[in-house]
Design a protein around this ligand. Structure first.
Ligand code: GDP
Length: 602
């Protein structure tokens, strides 16, 4: 059961905390350690399981940290609501008016490994959403020579290490701090060296194995939240505000909404308005469910307790009729006795409208697990200049594949499905294969955008290469006078390719634009070759060329290229050409323009 208190006594609520970081850096172990140690130390420690979160009451945390009396007096936060899915960046993308649902985060980084890709992804999201955080520099027990001391305060343990081990830890910490500096995150410091926590970001060394530094981490976290986050976690008496984590069918209950309530309270029987696929949905609460303690579950289909009232901050499962179309990530508000329901519907509609993702006829089909992550993903795709044809919450369906096919009909590069943290339905998967629709999936938004970008770039490059291969580059050659093998019928000479490319069966012109014959064949080391490029010395035969008559030893010869090819090369493919090739193109155009055609290849 969620702790009840008279509403008048409540001023601030428990902050909502999330733990982030790269896989295997120790997020789960850290959370389990805190939970496990507290449960072992105190019977009925008061830790309650919420939907999607665990609640740690403040007294229990303070006891675990052996918090000094001075700190106990200062702390008025009722407890910490810690989100249970560590590392889940989707949670960070949940939105509420004015910011993220998470009030504070712990970023776990393994020492000496340091930050990895997902660490930076988490940092980027934290920065975007303006969520304050501290860093747990974890696994310090693995540092060479470390002498562990169970559950000790970090400084206490650190001071007992030998000089070498201390220096090693400091070196690792400063390497990480340096990397953050490079990412434009200056001012990270070991927590004990910080004077002003509004200016510096604290890094606390921890071990989720020996517990060292964990009380320290919690004390630093409490201090920061209590001192600087009061405004953010103010509790407003009144109807609840929250966000939907998941819409879920639950055996024995039917459709339910897993929600995080971040302000106010929620009562059984109360009316609520929640965001749906096609706008606000008004319904009423049939039951407010929270998980039973494991040992209380006798019948597995009855794993939840019923509650009359739930106070923020809390994770709760709502049973209500008509919620099938609710979307994950949607806002939720309870309707109080003094509220006008139309006003609440309007608020929810407005909140939904702020997630308006503009779409085009061409572009990708974007799918995500929550409205917030959909919005975040859409923003990233748009920043990269990509169009979106459809953006929706939910699994990939056959309809999405049909939409992708329609997008491809508008634009040949369009029509991919990019899905963030959602499944693909089996019939949709088959259809995508049949229709040759590419599906990009990842639990990390940035990765999908990167993969997609790489795919589009490589497709466009292939296209450029294909088209360019069809175009004639006017390769330029000079005759090597010491290699005249035959003066006519055909003329056979050694040449140096000065730039571009020469290929057989093409006409050659000289520096005055006059055709001198056809380049019949190219030989290198006595073997016929299909082409020669810049810098190569080869022997060529020119049918129609007669040395001393229409070809001279000092001539520069060019492969004759059609005007349309030159125009395309100079415009569409300009960026793809080597500078010296571009120079030859310009020379070529000048020659052609001298022949009385001022606009040749313009
Ligand atoms: P997560 O993916 O970030 O949740 O990482 P886990 O909590 O699953 O930890 C990954 C591995 O690292 C597990 O084998 C843990 O036992 C181990 N581990 C986590 N924290 C520590 C620590 O502080 N010290 C040591 N030695 N091992 C740790």
């Amino acid at each position: 059961m969620v702790a009840k208190k008279k509403i008048s006594e409540r001023k601030i609520r428990s902050p909502i905390i999330t733990v982030l970081g790269h896989i295997d850096h120790g997020k789960t172990t850290l959370l389990d350690y805190i939970r496990g140690t507290i449960v072992q130390k105190r019977e009925a420690a008061g830790i309650t399981q919420h939907i999607g979160a665990s609640f740690f009451p403040m007294d229990t945390i303070l006891d675990f940290c052996k918090a000094p009396e001075s700190l106990r007096k200062k702390i008025t936060i009722p407890g910490l609501l810690v989100i249970d899915t560590p590392g889940h960046t989707a949670f960070m993308n949940l939105r509420k008016r004015g910011g993220a649902v998470a009030d504070f985060a712990v970023l776990v980084i393994e020492m000496p490994t340091g930050p990895m890709q997902t660490t930076w992804e988490a940092v980027r999201i934290l920065r975007d959403k303006k969520v304050p955080f501290i860093i747990a520099a974890n696994k310090i027990d693995r540092i060479n020579g470390w002498k562990p001391e169970k559950d000790a305060d970090f400084m206490e343990s650190y001071n007992k290490q030998n000089k070498f081990t201390k220096e090693l830890l400091d070196k690792y910490l400063y390497e990480t701090i340096g990397l953050f500096y490079e990412e434009e995150f200056p001012g990270i410091e070991r927590y004990d060296r910080i004077q002003d926590f509004t200016k510096n970001l604290a890094i606390v060394p921890t071990s989720a194995k020996t517990g060292e530094g964990i009380p320290t981490l919690l004390i630093v976290l409490l201090g920061i939240v209590q001192q600087y986050l009061q405004k953010k976690i103010e509790y407003t008496d009144g109807p609840a505000q929250g966000v939907v984590l998941e819409v879920k069918k639950e055996t024995g209950y039917g459709m339910t909404l897993d929600c995080i309530i971040f302000d106010g309270h929620l009562e059984k029987g109360q009316q609520i308005v929640v965001g749906g696929l096609n706008g606000p949905i008004t319904t009423h609460i049939r039951a407010l469910l929270t998980p039973k303690e494991l040992d209380e579950i006798r019948d597995p289909s009855k794993k939840f307790s019923q509650n009359e009232i739930i106070y923020a901050a809390a994770g709760v499962k709502i049973l209500a009729p008509g919620i099938e179309d609710v979307v994950a990530g949607a806002p939720l508000r309870a309707v109080g006795s003094e509220d006008n329901i139309d006003d609440i519907v309007k608020i929810i509609r407005e909140e939904l409208e702020t997630i308006n993702i503009s779409t085009d006829d061409e572009g990708i089909i974007l799918k995500a697990d929550t409205l917030g992550s959909l919005e975040a993903a859409a923003l990233l795709f748009k920043q990269e200049g990509f169009s979106i044809r459809k953006a929706e919450v939910g699994a990939i369906t056959k309809k999405d594949v049909a939409d992708a096919v329609a997008a491809r009909e508008v634009d040949e590069y369009s029509g991919q499905i990019c899905a963030f943290n959602v499944k693909i339905l089996p019939d949709a998967e088959n259809e995508a294969l049949d229709q040759n629709i590419r599906v990009f999936q990842s639990p990390v938004v940035y990765r999908i955008v990167e993969d997609y970008k790489e795919y589009i770039t490589s497709r466009k490059n292939d296209e450029i290469t294909n088209v360019m291969n069809e175009l004639t580059l006017p390769g330029k050659i000079s005759i090597l006078p010491q290699y005249i093998f035959r003066r006519s019928g055909p003329l056979v000479v050694g040449v140096l390719v000065e730039g571009g490319k020469i290929i057989p069966k093409m006409k050659l012109i000289n520096q005055d634009g006059k055709t001198v014959g056809t380049l019949h064949s190219i030989k290198k080391d006595n073997k016929n070759v299909k082409q020669a490029i810049k810098g190569e010395e080869v022997a060529i035969s020119i049918t129609g060329g007669v040395l001393g008559r229409n070809v001279h030893e000092t001539d520069k010869l060019y492969l004759k290229a059609p005007e349309s090819h030159i125009r395309q090369l100079r415009t569409r493919f300009r960026d793809e050409l080597a500078p010296e090739t571009l120079e030859i193109l310009i020379e070529y155009v000048k020659i052609m323009r001298k022949l009385d055609n001022l606009y040749w290849a313009a």
